[in-house]
Design a protein around this ligand. Structure first.
Ligand code: ZN
Length: 144
């Protein structure tokens, strides 16, 4: 049982009493009726807003990897068509291989791999075509 000391006369009164039994002064309860500040209930509601972002949300945006993989596939397909012209096919295939290798680190691994394979095939065809073209040029020059 706790008691309340009267601020006016210093007498101890039963906890919960509103007036001093000795002098009749109004008692200010130390624990008192909780004022219940209106700002207090707002604090727990603000907690979720300050929730730290989970680590997986900080990963690089998937769009970038998807774009690289898609570009690698497009370049690979273009390279397969452009190998007839080594001047065009060679840079296209080299870029396609680079982008394919980069894209395989991203989420679109299958697309990037497809682009990488297409670019490698295209590069091989481009080199063969370039060598064949060079041999043909040499033969033509020797023929004259
Ligand atoms: Zn009193």
């Amino acid at each position: 049982m706790s008691t309340i000391r009267c601020a006016n006369c210093g007498a101890d009164n039963v906890a919960g009493a509103q007036f001093c039994a000795a002098c009749g002064a109004a008692l200010v309860t130390p624990a008192g009726p909780p004022p219940a500040p209106p700002t207090y209930p707002a604090a727990p509601q603000q907690a979720p807003a300050a929730y730290p972002a989970p680590p997986w949300a900080m990963q690089p945006t998937p769009q970038q990897g998807t774009g690289t993989a898609t570009a690698a596939l497009v370049l690979g397909i273009v390279g397969l068509l452009a190998w007839l012209l080594p001047l065009i096919g060679l840079p296209v295939n080299v870029i396609g291989i680079v982008l394919g290798a980069l894209g395989r680190r991203g989420p679109s691994k299958g697309t990037a791999t497809a682009g990488l394979v297409c670019s490698v095939i295209g590069l091989g065809l481009t080199i063969i075509n370039g060598i064949a073209g060079a041999i043909m040029m040499v033969n033509l020059m020797h023929g004259r």
